[in-house]
Design a protein. Sequence first.
Length: 246
Amino acid sequence: MAAEGSPVAVVSGTSSGIGAAVAAEFLRRAYTVVGLSRRGNPVLANESGYVDSVVDLRDREALRAALASVADLTADGVRAVVLNAGASPDPADLVKVEWQVASDAYETNVRTALHLVQETAPLLRQGDGGSLTFVGASLANGYQPERWAYAASKAAMTTLMRACSVEFADDAVVANEVRPGPVATAMTMAGLDGEVNDQIIRAINAGFGTDWLKSPRTVAEWIVAIAEFPSNGPTGQVFNYSRKVL
């Protein structure tokens, strides 16, 4: 059950990884969280204040129905929307990559983000200000040719974020992007099943002489802090935690 009067956050891609950690961080800060994912999250579903909504965000009508089902929670508007859902195709030789690979990346990453913006914009406007926070990638700069398909979809999301910062400026809604760099999730570490504890992350970073790898929990704290920017705060910005030059 949601706490009466608690702010509402909508988070996509909450079945695991960064999305699940972001949802948990919002819950820790006494938000009601509507989690959207294709697989659901039975662990979070047992948490007070969390609404587990199984939906494919590529289907706009399904997303609309999912949000309509929680209309009682969002009647006073939504405070924060975090656009995290996405997928990364396997690296491929740039001169051999099939267009369908890039098309699938756009379908999964950009189409879902656009639908979520379009369907939550009225909910953000209902409140006294809110935020759209995109989870981006430093690969959007295009410096790794073998990751071009994924990078291009993430670059498109950066453009969408900046368009939102202008489109909703008069609605007291800020839009920003977080580029977290390598995070200990299944997308970054092939074969990973479950969360890697901090001790293992420290050992990996020590072995490679870097501090790039972070836990989803650490990244979630950054994302939620940016999602809580005031309506007159920074907008249209990329916050880069990847330790790579943009």
